[in-house]
Write a protein that binds this ligand. Structure first.
Ligand code: PLP
Length: 399
């Protein structure tokens, strides 16, 4: 079928909850994808950082195929031989004692919310049904009704209510606001180390360290959503390492699935995790043997290929080169590692037409929040490939 015919099927049969660029992809390898006509593009979105290891990484695909021929699903009603080793490897890597495996990022966030509330009632002595979690303006934690209920983005919420209570919204990167928002019934502070969907908003250095201090002083759990920033993306295995801290609750997903299937998890100490008793929480697919085999390979690739270090070095290089492009459209270039946002001036109009022009030059990037183009290629990208992209980016923004 041609691209036009395939787009017509989508138009007719799919819900319109996305507005994709008009490209129909058929194959992918590493940082490259190919459309149905065979045109090549560099993937500079990486499925919102779910493809840190690149498309179809050989080791991940090898492990996936091996597991496909053995066992794919057991549910947690029974044990499977992939589950324990994956949990052990993941906990070791993250410096946490235990993990609760789920599938999508939003599910792991929901799990963290449940854990923090139950911990609040059972360990902090918060009055029944009064637990409160602090979140930030412009947060993105997923799309469930509970999560969009504490979003500050009107479109995410509109006509999806009524919403669940127990959340207090404060400005991002504002320590005084955090201090003032804490009450005896506060159980957690849920925050992204860098706000990705908000347009790659990087907080001031030391923000997380100060937040941790305040949380500890008030017996409030620091809950970090590293679904997008974690697993090498920002130039460290976890973005919180920049502040030399460790969260009480760590939430990861996206690249944990190695670009193949959804794998997510919530990690914490045994003390926190022990609030979950058999039957309290669950997921039919969470921790399935296929997910565990893929997840372990996905993590091993990040470690073996030193993807955090490469993201750090290539990120410094890429940002520096972007800043050398003299474009009248650029307002600000910011980011860490290979999570980079280029904010365009209001006078240049929205970012979308620029993304369409980038697409015609062979670069797939996506606008976020109207004025920002996000550049987040797979972390396996080489300097030469970045140079290839920079040439084309320059030709779109300097004309
Ligand atoms: C993508 C994302 C989520 C949601 O993950 P899904 O797998 O789409 O449910 C949550 N938090 C952050 C920071 C994300 O980037």
């Amino acid at each position: 079928m041609t691209a036009e015919e395939l787009l017509l099927l989508v138009e007719k049969y799919s819900a319109k909850n996305y507005l994709p660029l008009p490209v129909v992809l058929a194959r992918g390898k590493g940082v490259w994808v190919y459309d149905v006509e065979g045109n090549r593009y560099m993937d500079m979105l990486s499925s919102y950082s779910a493809l840190n290891q690149g498309h179809r990484h050989p080791k991940i695909i090898r492990n996936l195929k091996k597991q496909l021929d053995r066992l794919t699903l057991t549910s947690r009603a029974f044990h499977n031989d992939q589950f324990g080793p994956f949990c052990q490897y993941l906990c070791g890597l993250a410096g946490q004692e235990q993990v609760l495996l789920m599938n999508t990022g939003a599910e792991a966030v929901e799990t963290a919310i449940k854990a923090a509330r139950k911990w609040g009632y059972q360990k902090k002595g918060v009055e029944k049904d009064k637990a409160e979690i602090i979140v930030c303006e412009n947060n993105f934690h997923g799309r469930t009704t509970t999560i969009v209920g504490f979003s500050s983005e009107p479109q995410y919420r509109e006509d999806f209510g009524p919403f669940s209570t127990g959340f207090r919204i404060i400005p991002y990167d504002n320590i005084e606001a955090l201090q003032q928002a804490i009450f005896p019934n506060t159980v957690g502070f849920l925050v992204e180390p860098i706000q990705g969907e908000a347009g790659v908003i990087v907080p001031k250095p030391g923000f997380l360290a100060q937040a941790q201090e305040i949380c500890q002083a008030n017996k409030v759990l620091l809950m970090l959503d590293e679904i997008q920033t974690g697993l090498g993306r920002t130039g460290k295995m976890f973005c919180y390492e920049y502040d030399n801290i460790k969260p009480d609750i760590l939430i990861i997903g996206k690249a944990l699935g190695g670009g193949c299937i959804p794998v997510s998890g919530m990690l914490a100490s045994t003390e926190i995790m022990s609030v979950f008793r058999p039957g309290d929480h669950g997921s039919t697919f969470g921790g399935n043997p296929l997910a565990c085999a893929i997840g372990k390979a996905a993590l091993e690739v990040i470690v073996e290929e030193q993807l955090p270090r490469r993201a750090f070095e290539n990120g410094v290089y890429f940002i520096e080169k972007l800043r050398q492009i003299k474009s009248r459209h650029f307002k600000e270039i910011r980011g860490r590692g290979l999570l980079i946002g280029v904010e365009l001036k209001e006078s240049s109009g929205p970012a979308r037409p620029f993304c369409e022009r980038l697409m015609k030059k062979g670069i797939l990037a996506k606008e976020t929040h109207q004025q920002v183009v996000r550049f987040a290629p797979p972390l396996v990208v080489s300097k030469e490939e970045l140079d290839w992209a920079l040439e084309r980016i320059e030709s779109v923004f300097v004309e």
